[in-house]
Design a protein around this ligand. Structure first.
Ligand SMILES: Cc1cc2nc3c(=O)[nH]c(=O)nc-3n(C[C@H](O)[C@H](O)[C@H](O)COP(=O)(O)OP(=O)(O)OC[C@H]3O[C@@H](n4cnc5c(N)ncnc54)[C@H](O)[C@@H]3O)c2cc1C
Length: 258
């Protein structure tokens, strides 16, 4: 293992943070238990004082087929997973296109688009060198209790990459902002949408410093340039307060504040 300075104002998708020493874990290293693991930082908001951080090295960015299973390392990016699935005509991973991140981040978040979620197609996850079957993991909408660091995941190989579905899912993205963001800020409450609620309480387009509730999609917190953690936290708090006051609904963050 070794340390690398990562500038989160460049690395994180929302472009917030500062250069921070991150411990990089290599293949045969014992994974520390006292550090927070980051993947592609597409769902994170890094504060000026984050906890000690670690990251899996490119040793974990692997993908291969073995005995009718696809085995994907936790540091493999979603973009490369989709390219692989397309090349080898494998079905199920179409939704990963346009969903930025790594396999590890997708597993921890049970990331998904519409009815497609990573746990739908998952067979098992490797944690602490042991393969845990999906049925033994507690998971649901945008969460999974992995109880450790995922190093790889297995999926049954099903033939038939669906190009049409890929295009349909890409089109869904056309109503989402291109500014730096961390995706949806809040999880959708049951039978409602966080974006709708934020809009109804008058916060669509609301700005604090260079952070803004997007004009295009109110549940996207976007960075218009020099947005800070404090600005983002203020807007998150404001949305929670107003939505609770008006609807008695407690919005829950999907993005992780570190
Ligand atoms: C423009 C945009 C659009 C997005 N759209 C969607 C969407 O439609 N649907 C959706 O679900 N998400 C969406 N997201 C959020 C993001 O793409 C997903 O949450 C993705 O899975 C994050 O992966 P990551 O590698 O960047 O994880 P990170 O953001 O680095 O980490 C997220 C969480 O995963 C944990 N984690 C990472 N790796 C591991 C591991 N190996 N083992 C255990 N825990 C781990 C981290 O500790 C953290 O808690 C969007 C983000 C952006 C920027």
């Amino acid at each position: 293992m070794f340390y690398r300075s990562i500038d989160f104002s460049k690395y994180s998708s929302i472009k917030v943070g500062q250069p921070t020493e991150v411990l990089i874990i290599e293949k045969d290293d014992e994974i520390p238990t006292n550090r927070y693991l980051i993947g592609g930082a597409n769902n994170l908001l890094i504060s000026p004082t984050p906890p000690p951080l670690m990251m899996l090295s490119k040793d974990f960015a692997t993908i291969m087929q073995k005995e009718e299973m696809l085995i994907v390392g936790a540091a493999m990016t979603t973009g490369r997973i989709v390219s692989y699935a397309k090349k080898y005509d494998i079905s199920g991973f179409e939704f990963c296109a346009k969903l930025p991140g790594t396999m590890g981040g997708m597993l921890a978040m049970n990331a998904g688009v519409k009815e497609y979620e990573i746990f739908n197609i998952l067979h098992s996850v490797e944690i602490d060198g042991k393969w845990i079957l999906k049925k033994n993991i507690d998971y649901g909408y945008r969460f999974a209790k992995l109880n450790g660091i995922a190093t790889a995941a297995k999926f049954k190989v099903i033939k038939g990459f669906n190009r049409q579905l890929l295009e349909e899912l890409k089109d869904l993205r056309s109503n989402q902002p291109n500014n730096p963001s961390a995706g949806s800020a809040f999880k959708n409450p049951k039978a409602d949408s966080a974006g709708r609620l934020i809009e109804v309480v008058g916060l669509k387009g609301c700005r604090k410093g260079d952070m803004q509730w997007s004009n295009m999609h109110a549940n996207f917190l976007v960075n218009l340039g020099n947005g800070t953690f404090e600005d983002a936290k203020y807007l998150l708090g404001l949305a929670k307060k107003r939505v609770f006051a008006e609807f008695s609904i407690e919005l829950k963050e999907e993005i992780k504040l570190l």
